[in-house]
Design a protein around this ligand. Structure first.
Ligand SMILES: [Zn+2]
Length: 229
């Protein structure tokens, strides 16, 4: 009986990945279950059909493993979520300058008009108009800046949500693939005792079929023996 070294889940004898946490199981600790043992066919025809079956099997297992590895590679890269947000002041500060310029413009024009009309009392009105213009600009700027801040911050949090969702989906997909991989490996584990680990590939099974078809090998185990050379 094997157990996952990371989460302790009880694993089947030929599991390569933990079905619970996805941890890779040590191949060495991966013993063959006796109950699964199969008897190899002796005739050439049956041997070829076994090799062809294994060819498809190993091809699909390789494909699964390739996608698992690609996903793990993506998942091993850090996902940058810095939680950064915009402040309203970032968009508001230009309005401080606009307000100041408006105030100055009103004063200069106002002072000139007052001087030309010889009306010093008009300066109070000029001061009010200047402050009102500056104040109005500030209020308008404040609401514009606030809306822009909210819109951009919503985009940032939507983006972060999407990033997290993509990672979560990839983890789920990869765990599904690992379970599929385990099932595939277990399904054909009865042949493991006849096919050494390094020969469990599509290419090697193609070679086995070739050896059988060209009469270089008499049966399956004979062909496997020849792969060693
Ligand atoms: Zn585990």
């Amino acid at each position: 009986m094997t157990y996952c070294r990371k989460c302790g889940a009880q694993l089947k004898d030929n599991d390569v990945f933990c079905f619970k946490c996805g941890e890779t199981v040590d191949i060495e600790a991966n013993n063959l279950s006796e109950a699964n043992m199969l008897t190899l066919p002796q005739t050439k025809e049956e041997s070829i059909s076994v090799a062809e079956k294994l060819m498809d099997e190993y091809a699909s297992v390789e494909k699964l493993l390739k996608e698992i590895n690609e996903n793990e590679m993506i998942l091993s890269r850090p996902v940058i979520i810095d939680g950064r947000r915009y402040t309203g002041f970032r968009f508001f500060w230009p309005f401080l300058i606009y307000g100041y310029l408006a105030l100055m413009a009103v004063y200069i024009v106002g002072v000139i008009i007052c001087v030309l009309n010889e009306d010093p009392g008009g300066m109070v009105l000029v001061m009010f108009i200047g402050l009102a213009a500056a104040g109005g600009l500030m209020i308008w700027g404040g609401s514009l800046a606030g809306r822009k801040r909210d819109r951009l911050n919503k985009e940032l949090s939507d983006e972060e949500y999407e990033k997290r969702k993509r990672v979560k989906e990839l983890v789920e997909r990869t765990n599904e693939l690992k379970i599929k991989y385990n099932n595939k490996v277990n399904e054909f584990s009865g042949y493991h005792q006849y096919v050494p680990y390094q020969f469990r590939s599509k290419q090697h099974m193609e070679r086995v079929v070739f050896l059988l078809e060209t009469n270089k090998a008499e049966n399956f185990s004979d062909a496997i023996r020849l792969l060693d050379n």
